[in-house]
Ligand binder design. Structure first.
Ligand SMILES: [Zn+2]
Length: 439
């Protein structure tokens, strides 16, 4: 089945038994002079009389294969590469496009992006160690072997060959290439440097990560703040254009205006709902703790194939919104100027008569299905007795259970890292996990 029919079927039937975020590195021609290579991220390619305009360079690990796939379609020079934003899975493949130009003896492509991309790149260079570590944890040791999800950890987090944009814009810019006109607009959403583009006369929107075919990546626990309210507003602007095709950098293309409006509007509504609920909670002098436990997105919304919480999840987005409008204090006065967690853990273990009761209760809670409470107790045991192998053996099992109970890749990655860390401390075989759901 061709890509558009496949995507239409998923949207029309809401089916969730087939992959929506494919990394098959195959090129599909979806309309006249328009193709996409499904990768991590995708590259969307427009053929013009003066050469190709490419939206996103894909990541370091997939860039070469993406260029090869494009070369299987056309030998036209690459005129312009638009960074939809500066995340490494969208810019890390730029080196492959530079190498392609050099191999053909052609001038290098022009790189275009929002003005904040340059600052993002500088931040990545400043925080190289941190970003390398958190992405390794986020994407998980077991996933690093999967080429599809590889992010290129071997050298710098941002590959050193990645060019800053040659042309930047702040709010809106029109590009003319080979008789085709593209209007680039900036809105904040997943990032502060997004550019989404309208291909004038064709009704095609290249939206970057404004649509990722997962619940919006808007609460990432290890990364900088995201912008859910502005994200929703941008989606509404896109829907108002009645696009003939929404071309996201992850997931499936959304063809015809009625599907575009459905997918864009339902995503906007989910974000608006969370923003509204968190603000209501803040205004009622609520606590972040109550907000993260009480505020939810309805299950039927999370069941939509483009909104499943397999990457980020609503609870993390609630925290992001809370931090946007409020402070970092969680409402517990003891934690304003807190004791060290290990000192608290030692006190509790002493009161309990040692770490053994904490470990036993934690394992019992796992059996009973309360992995949240189980995590709290096993963490206390490990903090109170950091060199106790039996504690780490149990901790590895508890986090393996938490990993299995988690839906989002972000939670899975962190729990998996903890399970592996304790397996190593206990001198036991690390637990094994298989991917059970499409990303
Ligand atoms: Zn992305």
């Amino acid at each position: 089945m061709d890509l558009i029919s496949y995507a239409n079927d998923v949207i029309d039937t809401r089916r969730t038994d087939v992959p929506t975020n494919r990394v098959n590195l195959e090129l599909s021609v979806v309309a006249d002079d328009l193709a996409v290579v499904e990768a991590f991220s995708h590259s969307w390619v427009v053929r013009t009389a003066d050469g190709l305009v490419v939206f996103d360079a894909s990541g370091e690990a997939t860039g070469q294969a993406v260029v090869r796939a494009i070369r299987g379609w056309t030998d036209d020079p690459v005129h312009t590469v638009v960074y939809t934003h500066g995340h490494v899975d969208h810019v890390g493949g730029a080196g492959a496009f530079l190498a392609d130009a050099e191999a053909h003896g052609r001038p290098r492509p022009r790189f275009v992006g929002h003005t904040n991309v340059t600052g993002r790149f500088a931040r990545y260079r400043d925080t190289n160690g941190y970003n390398t570590a958190i992405n390794r944890r986020q994407f998980g040791p077991s996933r690093r072997r999967n080429a599809g999800a590889a992010v290129g950890f071997e050298s710098a987090f941002l590959p050193t060959v990645t060019p800053d944009p040659d042309v930047t814009f702040a709010t809106e810019m029109t590009l003319e290439v080979g008789g085709e006109q593209f209007v680039l607009r900036h809105d904040r959403g997943e990032t502060d440097d997004h550019a989404w583009t309208e291909w004038v006369g064709r009704g095609v929107l290249f939206v970057g990560d404004m649509l990722i075919w997962n619940f919006p990546n808007c609460g990432n626990p290890q990364k900088v703040l995201r912008f859910p309210a502005e994200w929703a507003a941008a989606l509404r602007k896109m829907a108002a254009l009645s696009p003939s095709l929404v071309a996201p950098a992850h997931g499936l293309p959304v063809s015809e205006a009625h599907r575009g409006e459905l997918v864009l509007t339902s995503t906007a509504e989910a974000l608006e709902h969370l923003v509204r609920e968190v603000i209501e909670s803040l205004n009622a002098d609520g606590t972040m703790e109550d907000a993260i436990h009480d505020i939810q997105v309805p299950d039927d919304v999370l069941a939509l194939p483009w909104l499943r919480p397999f990457y980020d999840e609503p609870e993390f987005v609630v925290r992001n919104i809370w931090r946007t409008y409020g402070g970092w204090w969680d409402g517990n006065p003891a934690r304003l100027l807190p004791a060290r967690q290990r000192d608290v853990a030692r006190e509790v273990a002493a009161l309990a008569g040692g770490v053994a009761p904490l470990v036993a209760r934690s394992l019992a809670l796992v059996e009973a299905g309360d992995t949240r409470l189980a995590g709290e107790l096993i963490e206390m045991a490990a903090l109170a007795a950091p060199n106790d192998r039996s504690v780490h053996e149990a901790r590895s099992a508890v986090y393996a259970a938490k990993r299995l109970a988690a839906t989002s890749l972000m939670a899975k990655g962190i729990f998996e890292a903890a399970a592996f860390q304790s397996a190593e401390a206990a001198g036991i075989e690390p637990p094994t996990f298989t991917r059970t759901r499409p990303l």
